[in-house]
Design a protein around this ligand. Structure first.
Ligand SMILES: *Cc1c(COP(=O)(O)O)cnc(C)c1O
Length: 392
């Protein structure tokens, strides 16, 4: 089998072997329902409790503030819809940004249909939310600000601490989608004045289909799923015990390895960025040079069609992405790349490569060498490129 170079870790990650190992007994031996009273079920109950504690500790939260969900999308939906409903007597205005994940943007659009008003903040050319614009957007009827911790396409890290301080000063709830940041960056919900935070297991070497919403004590928010008393009656349904155990293990691992792992990723990523920008003409890096996730590189190549580039990379065993996994398959250019001001034709020639700690410089050498060949070939077939070269 030819070598697989997986550079799409923003879409999902490999479940770590120790995570799988921690989960297995909860399918086979300890399958009791955590809500049952007999001794046999206490193993499941304790495991869920331990996971909740590990996760809370990683955020500086308390375990009563962690609510397990089925993933990042559910957490985002819950935070926005339930906070909107709970606080609508105070006002119906919500602030978010133009570069959020679709789990936020489509929920916000749905809320607009329900009579809420949403301000979508512009970002600067690097994808950073402008604090001045945020200040101007705040109104007496603003009830919620939802700004992501770090962007899934271009990796830009937002000034979350400043946003949280502004929200607090105005008595507005602050939610952050930290699905990409959690496990890659240190996060403290108190230091950043975060009232709600979404995260997902499968983005940090945990299992798919498990996530959580952190809800600060005192935040009034309606239940998302009605039924049993699980998750303090706010999200009913028998717990996904193996998923919760795996998530807890993944968080434990992510916290323990964060410094070393992200240092290596940063170095390898910067090597990738340097080689691409130096060796491939008419290329650019999208997103902020330093305020970016340790594992994210996002490029645009002029006179290249993104989908063709991805297919040719795939033929060489390289997994990359043109934007987010959710938008691939559609031919619209990424809303994030348009929001940072890229023209359509350049946004179309974009490539996101997201690393993990197993990627070595030799892998990057193979990727860059392959990519150079692909781009040369695609450009040689492009009439636009031919015209351009005649004029230059
Ligand atoms: C992946 C992702 C989500 C969705 O998480 P799921 O667990 O796949 O539902 C939400 N927001 C961001 C920023 C993401 O990267």
């Amino acid at each position: 089998m030819k070598k697989l170079i997986y550079l799409d870790n923003a879409a999902t990650t490999k479940t770590a072997p120790e995570v799988v190992e921690a989960m297995l007994p909860f399918f086979t031996e300890h399958y009791g329902n955590p809500s049952s009273v007999y001794e046999f079920a206490s193993e499941s109950r304790q495991a869920v409790d331990k996971s909740r504690e590990t996760i809370a500790k990683a955020l500086g939260a308390s375990k009563e503030e962690i609510y397990f969900t089925a993933g990042g999308s559910e957490s985002d939906n819950w935070a926005l819809k339930a906070a909107a409903e709970a606080y609508q007597a105070k006002g119906k205005h919500i602030i978010t940004s133009k570069i959020e994940h679709h789990a936020i943007l489509h929920t916000a659009a749905w809320l607009e249909k329900q009579g809420f008003e949403v301000t979508y903040l512009d970002v600067d050319e690097n994808g950073v939310v402008k604090l001045e614009e945020l200040k101007k957007a705040i109104r007496p009827d603003t009830i919620l600000i939802s700004i992501m911790f770090a962007n899934n396409e271009i990796g830009t890290i937002q000034p979350v601490k400043e946003i949280g301080a502004l929200a607090k000063e105005h008595g507005i709830l602050f939610h952050t989608d930290a699905v990409q940041a959690f496990g890659q960056l240190p996060i403290d919900v108190n230091e950043c004045h975060i009232d709600m935070l979404s995260a997902s297991g499968h983005k940090l070497n945990g299992p798919k289909g498990i996530g959580f919403l952190y809800i600060r004590k005192g935040v009034r928010i309606r239940s998302f799923v009605h039924g049993g008393a699980q998750e303090r009656k706010r999200r009913a349904g028998t717990e996904n015990v193996p998923g919760i155990v795996g998530f807890g293990k993944a968080v434990e691992r992510a916290v323990a390895t964060m410094e070393e792992r992200t240092a290596k990723e940063r170095e390898t990523r910067d090597y990738l960025i340097d080689r691409v920008l130096k060796e491939i003409p008419y290329s650019r890096l999208n997103g902020h040079k330093t305020l970016r996730l340790p594992n994210n590189a996002n490029f645009s190549f002029q006179f290249v069609e993104g989908e063709s580039m991805l297919i040719m990379l795939d033929m060489n065993g390289i997994c990359g992405s043109s934007g987010s996994a959710c938008t691939s398959g559609s031919l619209d250019p990424s809303h994030v790349l348009l929001a940072i001001g890229l023209p359509h034709e350049i946004a179309h020639g974009s490539l996101r490569l997201t690393l993990n700690e197993e990627i070595e410089k030799e892998d990057i050498d193979y990727v860059v060498d392959t990519l150079k060949g692909i781009i040369e070939k695609l450009r040689s077939m492009s009439p636009l490129y031919e015209d351009f070269m005649k004029k230059h």
